[in-house]
Design a protein around this ligand. Structure first.
Ligand code: NDP
Length: 260
């Protein structure tokens, strides 16, 4: 299926690892030019090398919580590629904490991360998206938005708020810019590799540890998702092929949700 992405320009925040990197790769494979950002320059350089796409990729070190830096990212993207059609708000990470263990400073940090990782890039790239004939934003969100977990209280609450924001944006930015989200369950990526290193019992391989977690979580498809599978959903929603879809939330979670 031709998604109509050839020649388009896409920005993927957090494009140096996991889901963001897989999304950048998929966009490039479909003929788009891609801008990626992350905070760590060395990781960005490694991602650019791994993508091997020469002049079709531009990488900038940028913390999405720094509005000034995000404005510079937008200016750099336009200077390099002449405009921007697609914004994938993907940068971020989860916070494991119960209500009892979440301090006010944690609430501040988590709410700020989840909201401003969407607000800052959306604001900075909006004029460019509005100038495109396929202005599209995809927000990488989580099933936690609709199905909170007690060990991820503030992440869950923040994700619910972001989902609400996505819906508002999809109305306010129509008809020029479509805004959709994906709701992820568990995807094999950098954050799970980090948790494996911190928490897995000695002698258990990463693959076996993930398989055990998939059983524990009763995921009907009996495994974690792969970044490439998540990227396929993101890229579809971002593409002209999804031209009549806005305000939608697509579950990419192996069937694990329990809401209808
Ligand atoms: P990774 O840790 O593999 O990738 C996260 C990416 O985001 C990295 O490129 C990281 O680069 C970047 N990043 C993090 N914070 C910032 C920041 N403030 N500014 C700019 N870049 C930032 O994780 P995933 O691929 O799993 O995560 C992608 C998104 O999916 C995240 O928002 C995550 O919360 C969400 N998600 C993932 C799930 C999963 O199971 N994997 C489940 C639910 C949601 P750097 O650190 O160098 O800045």
């Amino acid at each position: 299926m031709d998604l109509g992405l050839a020649g388009r320009v896409a920005v993927v925040t957090g494009g140096s690892s996991g889901i963001g990197l897989a999304t950048a790769r998929r966009l490039l494979d479909d003929g788009a030019r891609v801008v990626i950002c992350g905070r760590d320059r060395a990781r960005l350089d490694a991602a650019v090398a791994a993508l091997g796409a020469g002049d079709s990729v531009h990488a900038e070190a940028c913390d999405v919580l720094d509005a000034g830096a995000v404005d510079k990212l937008a200016a750099a993207a336009v200077a390099r590629f002449g405009g921007v059609d697609i914004l994938v708000n993907n940068a971020g990470q989860a916070r494991l904490s119960t209500f009892a263990s979440t301090l006010d400073a944690d609430w501040d940090a988590e709410l700020r991360l989840k909201f401003f990782s969407v607000i800052n890039p959306t604001r900075a790239f909006l004029p460019h998206l509005q100038a495109s004939d396929n202005g599209a934003i995809v927000v990488v969100n989580s099933l936690l938005a609709r199905q909170p977990e007690p060990h991820m209280v503030c992440t869950s609450a923040a994700r619910a708020g972001v989902q609400n924001l996505v819906k508002s944006l999809s109305v306010e930015l129509a008809p020029r810019v479509r805004v959709n989200s994906i709701l992820i369950g568990t995807v094999n990526s950098g954050q799970w590799e980090r948790r494996y290193k911190e928490r897995a019992p000695a002698g258990v391989s990463y693959a076996d540890w993930l398989a055990g977690l998939a059983r524990e979580k009763h995921i009907p498809l009996e495994r974690f998702g792969e970044p490439e599978e998540t990227a396929a959903a993101i890229v579809f929603l971002a593409s002209p092929a999804a031209g009549f879809i806005t305000g939608a939330a697509l579950e990419v979670a192996g069937g694990v949700s329990r809401f209808a």
